[in-house]
Design a protein around this ligand. Structure first.
Ligand code: CA
Length: 335
């Protein structure tokens, strides 16, 4: 606790025994927090963690009001595409991508060979997520996951599971779970993997025995590539194509502003008035969406690979930013 009022609000007593110095410091996640005992018991039953060890870790975790505030902040108004795009697609981020690629050319080429994911896609993901590692997040992961898992009821179940994954991965990697940092929601390292994604997809791509997405760019590259491969990325496939629309029916039944839910067959879209200048099978299922580009609207068809990018982050604008940034980095590098 950092403040006097925090001390006063807090239930844990500071015990001062006669003749001894203060022996018990207030802890946010000591045994008087109702969520601690069941969690400790589950970690023992499910993963064989000694209760004493888990208790001592939790007792060193801190409840961060800033984390609760960040996650409960009302959703920003949905920015139109042209504003959203400007945040991520900048000359600086394109140049940074070219540099990151140069620095990691060998690993990126190997990732393309082993996982079938183009270098520019991997670079763009790391560029959008953390500006190539420049902004990996400064919250202690233990604080983020404990605060949200124990003191944020709307998402408690999800974050409790992440906290479990996190303690398990720290044990496997022999790293101190009190030392690692990430975003306020516990997303970690260059690729901002949450612990369950780390466990499912992170790889030791430089073969040094550690799966280190926090400090090792080679492992980060292999891990992003593996994530995409596991979600069935198709090397060389078109990601998205522009379309034109005509008539009054083109948006019928499509929540096209959201994009993701608007999966339709090409044949069905044609009937609604979509004209797609790209060879696509009539039965192909695609995403149809519109983007506000300021003065007008653009109409897009997202193909399989765009859907794969949304598996990284469920937003069609996110996926299109990654896709366009990837192309721009590739162009800048080829010049
Ligand atoms: Ca490694």
């Amino acid at each position: 606790m950092n403040t006097v009022s925090g001390w006063l609000r807090h239930k844990t007593a500071v015990v001062v025994l006669a003749g001894f110095s203060p022996v018990l410091l207030a802890s946010d996640y000591g045994e008087d927090h109702a969520a601690v005992a069941p969690f400790v018991a589950e970690m023992q039953a499910e993963h064989g963690f000694p209760p004493k060890y888990v208790k001592s870790l939790l007792a060193q975790a801190e409840r961060k009001q800033s984390i609760i505030d960040a996650i409960s902040r009302p959703a920003e108004r949905v920015r139109p595409w042209h504003e959203y795009r400007k945040i991520f697609i900048t000359d600086k981020r394109i140049a940074g991508g070219v540099e990151f690629w140069e620095r990691n050319a060998e690993a990126l080429a190997r990732a393309e060979q082993e996982y079938g994911v183009e270098p520019e896609v991997i670079v763009a993901i790391i560029g959008v997520e953390t500006f190539y590692g420049g902004n990996k997040g400064s919250h202690r992961v233990i604080d983020a996951l404990t605060t949200l898992g124990f003191d944020y009821p709307p998402r408690a179940e999800f974050f409790r599971r992440q906290l479990k994954s996190y303690l398990v991965l720290a044990r496997e990697q022999q790293v101190d779970p009190l030392s690692l940092t990430g975003s306020y929601a516990g997303a970690m390292g260059f690729p901002q993997f949450i612990p369950s994604s780390y466990q499912a997809f992170a790889v030791d791509f430089d073969d040094d025995g550690q799966v280190d997405i926090w400090n090792n760019q080679v492992d980060a590259i292999g891990s992003v590539a593996n994530y995409f491969a596991e979600h069935k990325w198709k090397h060389g496939d078109t990601v998205a194509v522009q379309a034109t629309v005509s008539g009054e029916q083109f948006s019928k039944g499509l929540t096209i502003a959201e994009g993701l839910e608007a999966r339709r067959s090409v044949a069905a879209l044609k009937e609604l008035g979509w004209d797609i200048q790209h060879e696509l099978a009539d039965e192909a299922e695609v995403m149809a969406f519109e983007f506000d580009v300021g003065e007008s609207m653009e109409y897009w068809i997202g193909l399989h690979n765009l859907h794969v990018i949304t598996r990284y982050n469920r937003s069609v604008m996110y996926a299109m930013v990654v896709h366009q940034l990837a192309d721009l980095i590739r162009e800048a590098r080829d010049q």
